[in-house]
Design a protein around this ligand. Sequence first.
Ligand code: SF4
Length: 472
Amino acid sequence: MRRITQEIPQEVILEEKETMARVRSMQGRPASYYIVTYGCQMNAHDSESLEGMLQEMGLRGAPDRTCADFVIFNTCCVRDNAERRALGNVTWLKELKKTNPDLRVAVCGCMIQEPGMADQILRTYPFIDLAFGTHNLYHFPTLFEQMVIRQRRVIEVVNDDLGSVPEELPIVRANPYQAYITIMYGCNNFCSYCIVPSVRGRERSREPGRILEEAEQLRREGVKEIMLLGQNVNSYGLDRENGMTFPQLLREIDGIGIERVRFMTSHPKDLSVELMDVMANGKHICPQLHLPVQHGNNRILKSMNRRYTREAYLEKVRMLRERIPNISLSTDLIVAYPGETEEEFLDTCSLVEEVRYDSAFTFIYSPRTGTPAAKMPGQIDPETASARIQKLIAIQKRITAENFQNYLGQCHQVLVDAPSRRDPRQMSGKNEYNITVNFDGTPDLIGQIVPVTITEARETTLRGTTAEAKHD
Ligand code: SF4
């Protein structure tokens, strides 16, 4: 039976708001916080909610973790090294606690939601004061209050059996010009290597009216670019009665008039012609798409449970380019999936050559306990895996360099973000293709969309010049 998504009841959210007010006036509570975020944009956006709740409770942001009273790690468990990095950093704080016994340490996010992880935290990391999973983020004020009042550790991990979504939580957006909007939570796809459906739960779409209201509010606040987020945005609305589909939602959002609209992630199997048409005809939808292919071989794609073939994927790329000739494509690629032969790996290389992505995130397969692929025979040895990823990276680097040559002389619209990290006399921002562009400019341009003529291609970024700079 199809499950229908519901919002977390208003009374529950109201209780959390009352808790935030209580904590605010509480004597002896932590006065400052620092948030460490790992993983994807969904996690970054969850951290914006955590920050909103912490500020509502009267805490102020600390410049770094060594001078905060409360440090929270928002973790990722998609790959083993992300998990190890998070635990390594948490352990490092144990030393800090010896010199500052009032320091409170919390861990939340996907890692805590993994089966057995909460127990492991209880046993192995006694200095962690608070731990909670992905489904009870909205419950954070209550858990925080319990931690402070009871002076003992609080651990709460729940499963979202109700298929519910939280609304109206406070939020502190990291950037006043670019904003994330979560349109759905969870994933129903169960790719055989992926732990996300276990830790983020089944697909739950937000009510379209709520999303449109949020987008409208962001437009009024002067936000120039929004990114619609979901593990698989293409199946947005399927869990709602008479739900709006993603192409319909995207068309409505385009009509609101925010200058740039992007979205991620798109599962290739659900990328419809209707969506391609909405992208092609939209006024504000960027000509850019992250379309994770993961592998170029049909046997491996089947084993991964991706539910498309190499040919079907390539056909969708062809149809996209037919409608949006300048579209910039990026992807995710996994090498050394269990049982991958050299020939099968070469199929990934040839697919990359054929599609010619502007960029690709390449990963060595990382077994995740509880996923079917982790138990598959033919796990690949580290030397072979390393050789394969090096080869793939080299191919993609060459293609990126060749593609970037085609951008030379073009005028791109750059949303200026900050001074360049390497040279503060330069400004840095993203063009419509989501590629970083650096150019000579001044900080007063931050938050504006500026036309920049591309003059130079670097390994992963572009350099350019503005009309003013040329006239100087
Ligand atoms: S679509 Fe597949 S890879 Fe993406 S989150 Fe869902 S299960 Fe994981």
